[in-house]
Write a protein of this length. Structure first.
Length: 151
C-alpha cells in the first residue's frame, strides 16, 4: 500500500490510483462464500441447474464480488503517512451491473474521489472502485468504498 504525506492526499483526488492483479473467481471460492453466508441459491452452487439459466453457468454472489474490495485495493489505495490503522467505513453507493460468471477473471480499478479530515488525526478517504471482468465491456459493479484512516 502506497503512503503519502497528509498534505499530499488531496493532490490524488480525481486520479486513478491503479489496477489490481487479475483474480480468477472459481467454483470453490463461490461455494466457500455460500457456506460462510448460508446463501446456497442454485445460481451460485448448482452448475447443472445454472446451465439452464440465461447465464449458462454459475455466477458469483454479488456480495462475494463486493467483499473482494479490501483485498484487491490493498496494494493500490494510498494511505496517509504515519498511518496507525485504517477501518472500513462502509460504502456510499453500489451498483451491480453484470454478474461474474464462474472462472472469470476480475480486477479492481481504483480512483480516489475524496479525502476529508473528519476530526484531528482522522481522514476519510472515498474511492471509486470498478470491478472489471476480463473480456467484458461492462464491469461487474461500480462502488464507492469509504476508509477511515487514523494518523
Amino acid at each position: 500500500m502506497p503512503f503519502v504525506p497528509i498534505a499530499e492526499l488531496k493532490d490524488h483526488v480525481g486520479k486513478e490510483l491503479g489496477k489490481s492483479e487479475w483474480l480468477t473467481i472459481d467454483q470453490q471460492r463461490i461455494n466457500q462464500f455460500a457456506e460462510c453466508t448460508g446463501d446456497h441459491q442454485f445460481i451460485h452452487v448448482d452448475p447443472e441447474k445454472a446451465k439452464l439459466t440465461p447465464f449458462g453457468t454459475t455466477i458469483a454472489h454479488g456480495f462475494l464480488s463486493l467483499s473482494l474490495i479490501p483485498m484487491l485495493m490493498e496494494k493500490i489505495m494510498i494511505m496517509p503517512k504515519d498511518l496507525k490503522m485504517a477501518v472500513n467505513y462502509g460504502l456510499d453507493s453500489v451498483r451491480f451491473i453484470q454478474p461474474v460468471k464462474v472462472n472469470s477473471r476480475v480486477r479492481l480499478v481504483v480512483t480516489l474521489t475524496d479525502a476529508t479530515e473528519k476530526n484531528p488525526g482522522q481522514w476519510l478517504l472515498k474511492a471509486r472502485a470498478v470491478l472489471e471482468i476480463e473480456g467484458q465491456e461492462k464491469p461487474a459493479y461500480i462502488a464507492e468504498p469509504l476508509t477511515l484512516c487514523f494518523v
